[in-house]
Every structure is written in C-alpha cells, then in structure tokens.
Ligand binder design. Structure first.
Ligand code: UN1
Length: 498
C-alpha cells in the first residue's frame, strides 16, 4: 500500500493548511483499509481568505488578453497528457473506476484544455448596424468575477477541468471545492495548474465538507457565480441561496436516462450499448442508463441476451486488469443502492440478476454491489423514477414507438437519452420528441464529447449548458457597446422617424 497523500488547500498560489487544523480521510472504495489521502476540513475562514485572494487576482487576470490566458491552459493540457497514466491510477484507487475509464476521465480533461484554450482566440461577439447614422454597435463577452466550482467525485478530473478551464479562459478567477471522496485527484490537478504557472489567486482549492465549505462559498457575498454538479437535493439548496443573493448559478443534477430498443434495432449493437450505458462506471454517471425501454416483440430475446452478457461482468478493484465493474464510491451510496433493491422488491419488481452487496473474497474489503437487472418494472415504480446511481437497470416493456417515447419522457429528469432503431423516420421523430438535453441514435446514453453542449432539461438543470460554446454563456456576461461618432445627440426610436 502506498502512503497516504497529504493534501492541502491551495490559496493565492501557496499550499496551506486549514485554519481548523482538522483533517479528513479519503479511502480506497475497493479496499477500505487503504487511506488514499488526508485533506483539511476547512472552514468559512478559509473560504473567506480564498475568496478575497480570488477577488484580488481577478483585477489583473481579467485584463490579460484571452489568447494569453489560453496559453496557460494549453500548458495545463500538455502536463496533463504527460501525467495521464499516473493520474488515472490515482483516480482508480481513490474513486474506484476501471483504469480504462480513468484514462478516459483524464483524457476528457486534456480535451477540455485544448478545446477551451482554442476558444481564447475566438470568444466572438457580434457587430451589427445601428439604426442611426455614424453610430457603431457591437457586443462583447466580459467575465463575471469570482466563480465557485463545486464538483462531484464521479468524474474527479474531467468535471473540475470542464468548469475551471472555460471559466479561466473567459477571464474569471476560480475557487474549486471538490467532493470529499476525491481530494487527491483534485489536489494533483491543481498542482498541474500551478506547474503551468498560473498567477497566484487565479485558481484556488478549498477542501472540506459541503455543509461547511460549499455552503460558505454559495452564501459568500463576494462570489459572483456558482457552478454545481451533484445531487438534485443539494442543487435545489444551492439554487435557492443563489436566487436570494443574485448570483449566477449553473446547476447540473440528476438523471433517469433511458435507452429505447425498438423491434427493428440491431440487437447486438443495442446490447453492447445497454451494458456499457448501465454498468460502465458502475452506473455512477449522471448520464448512466438506468431504464431500458424494450419493445415487446424483442423484449424476451433481448432480456436473455442482456442477462447472459451481464453475468460475465467481473467485479473487482478498478486497477485490476480483469475488472469490468469497480466498486460503489462509499458505504452511504452502497446502502442507498441496497435500499432501492428493498423498495423494488416491495413494489413487485423481479430481480432478474444481481440484487445484492457482493462480499466474496477480496470484495468484502470494498463497497461492491452486483450488477443488477430488474424486470417487470412499471413506469410508476420508484425504481423507474428516482436516480439510484449504481449498477442497477430496470426493464420496462412497451408496445409501440409512441409508447416508448411517452415512457421515456415520463420522468422529472431530462439529461441523456438513446434509441436503437434502423428506421430513419423513427430516428428523426425521436430526435424531435424526446425531452432531454442529449439524444443518441444507435449509441448508449453515455459518451458526451467536450465540444458539444452538455446538460439537461426539467429537473436535471436550470437551463444552462456546460461544454461546447454554450458554456461561454455560463462564464461571461454580454456587454453591448454603442459608439456614436456623429458628434451630435442622436435619440434612438425618435430621431429620423415620422
Ligand atoms: C457525468 O456523468 O457526470 O457523457 C458526466 C459522459 C461523460 C461525462 C459524464 N463524458 O458519460
């Protein structure tokens, strides 16, 4: 076992301890005997310091030309590429995902660096004719100020990158508050920003628990923007506080994503998609497939195929080469998944496969749950409506394309969605009628790319989109500028009108 990494806060370009002196631990979810890192249980005082340093740094950072700001992010991308393997290994130990997926997570951070750094030379505004003679009109993007970024444990490198990089390119300064389960990944990432030479105070890191550090950031009068990815419950609280304090807030919350398999689908392809979508990252993606909506003509056949294929999946530590499914992040989440199984049984669903905590051999030391398929589920059951965030997929039978879309849309959430069909007419109708931020045709619900908008409708979000150029609307304000070079007062809507 490797010695625990001692993590600290990063404030104003220096690694500092919390004023509380209290430390917390992150443990390896594949083997809870291993402490991966210790990190400070910071307080409001640490947050105050970080916010005032970020505010001070903002004064000069916003004036550095965006292409020059982008140079720092290019360097972050280069260093991230060099450290990809090391970071992926750490991630696999700290949050459990399989090594191939951990590499993908770091790669998403690298993609972000190069994509967003390119944006430093665009950040386009508009010019448009004025209604008056000798008058010029244009728009430009201006930064918002100090941004608090509250990030989850399931993509511990990718999500901090996809929030911080565009925020910085746009000229904001940031305070990152990472999840309590993944302090080591966040610390290593911020070390990379430091190595890239970012000026002090431009990026700050404050570790600690959400109720203390997250809350202090969200309530802080000198924080201008909060970008949050996490549970709907916490997101609602964040949104309420930001509403009261007039902060810009970008919320990315739960999902109950569905994959539809029509009777005309390529079933082998749909099967690969379903297994990857449902059990990839142990079902702990916001975009995970948690409902499979199956046309009744293929339901039995597809169910048999799914069971057979899923029963071959091997549970284990993410860093063991033979592992297909890693652990659940922590004991609380494991308990939550188990509770949903109790609920499913009580509601009359049938456990076709799995359904239990896995404790054989080495697995007893971690938080493992068997890959689980629930059959006989109706759209009204709680397991068909609530986000479970584990390796559990429910099967719902439908009789037509219209029913499939209606069942898919019958949810409070709307992040990702998928349909497998070879009928081009159905594919286009699905693109139009599915209520979700993301729709895949003949692909699983997971796998979003950085240069396209990411986010959801209904209770999944609050109308913002991360990723793509859409994220620029999160991290900038539009400034409208009129330049009157007529030398006289010109009254809009009044002069030159009859
Ligand atoms: C998440 O689940 O929080 O599309 C993010 C995907 C990944 C991102 C997932 N690129 O599955």
């Amino acid at each position: 076992m490797t010695a625990p990494l001692i993590c600290n806060n990063f404030i104003n370009g220096e690694w500092v301890q919390s004023t509380t002196g209290a430390m917390l631990e992150s443990r390896n979810p594949s083997d809870r005997r291993e402490v991966v890192a210790t990190f400070p249980a910071s307080s409001k005082i640490d947050v105050d310091t970080a916010v005032s340093c970020a505010r001070e740094a903002y004064r000069s950072w916003r004036l550095i030309p965006a292409p020059a700001r982008a140079e720092y992010i290019f360097r972050v991308g280069e260093i991230l590429s060099q450290q990809k393997e090391e970071l992926a290994l750490l991630m696999s130990r700290e949050m459990g995902k399989c090594l191939t997926e951990a590499r993908g997570d770091v790669q998403e951070g690298i993609d972000w660096a190069f994509y967003s750094a390119g944006e430093g030379r665009r950040l386009f505004g508009q010019t448009t004719p004025s209604e008056m003679p000798n008058k010029f009109a244009m728009t430009m993007r201006v930064p918002i100020g100090v941004c608090a970024l509250i990030t989850p444990w399931n993509f511990p490198v990718a999500i901090p990158c996809w929030k911080s990089m565009p925020a910085l390119i746009c000229g904001n300064t940031v305070i990152l508050k990472p999840a309590e389960d993944t302090p080591a990944c966040a610390t290593k990432l911020v070390e990379i920003f430091q190595a890239a030479g970012l000026p002090p105070g431009v990026i700050n890191l404050v570790h600690g628990v959400g109720e203390e550090v997250g809350k202090a950031l969200v309530e802080h009068p000198d924080v201008n923007l909060v970008s949050f990815t996490g549970s709907s419950e916490t997101g609602s609280q964040v949104g309420e506080i930001c509403g009261r304090t007039h902060k810009r807030v970008c919320l990315e919350m739960g999902g109950k994503n569905a994959q539809v398999v029509m009777e005309d689908a390529d079933l082998d392809l749909a099967l690969e998609g379903a297994v990857w979508g449902a059990f990839g990252t142990t079902g702990q993606r916001c975009t995970a497939t948690s409902r499979l909506i199956l046309h009744r003509d293929i339901k039995d056949k597809f169910t048999t195929m799914l069971k057979e294929r899923s029963s071959q999946l091997r549970l284990g530590a993410g860093y063991e080469p033979q592992t297909d499914i890693g652990p659940i992040i922590n004991e609380k989440q494991l308990q939550r998944v188990s509770t949903y199984l109790d609920i499913a049984r009580a509601e009359g669903a049938k456990v076709l496969m799995g359904g239990e905590v896995a404790t054989e051999g080495e697995l007893q030391h971690g938080y493992f749950f068997q890959p689980t398929i629930l059959e006989g589920v109706t759209p009204q059951m709680r397991v068909a409506r609530e986000e479970i965030f584990g390796p559990v997929v429910v099967l719902i039978e439908v009789g037509s394309f219209e029913d499939a879309i209606a069942v898919l849309n019958d949810t409070n959430y709307g992040l990702s969605s998928s349909i497998y069909t070879r009928d081009v007419n159905r594919a286009f109708a699905a693109m139009r009628d599915i209520e979700a931020g993301i729709t895949y045709i003949n692909g699983p619900t997971i796998g979003a790319e950085v240069h396209l908008p990411f986010g959801g409708v209904k209770s999944t979000g609050n109308g913002h989109r991360e990723a793509g150029t859409a994220v620029l609307d999160v991290f900038t304000e539009w400034k409208t500028v009129y330049v009157d070079f007529s030398g006289s007062l010109q009254r809009a809507q009044i002069d030159n009108r009859t």
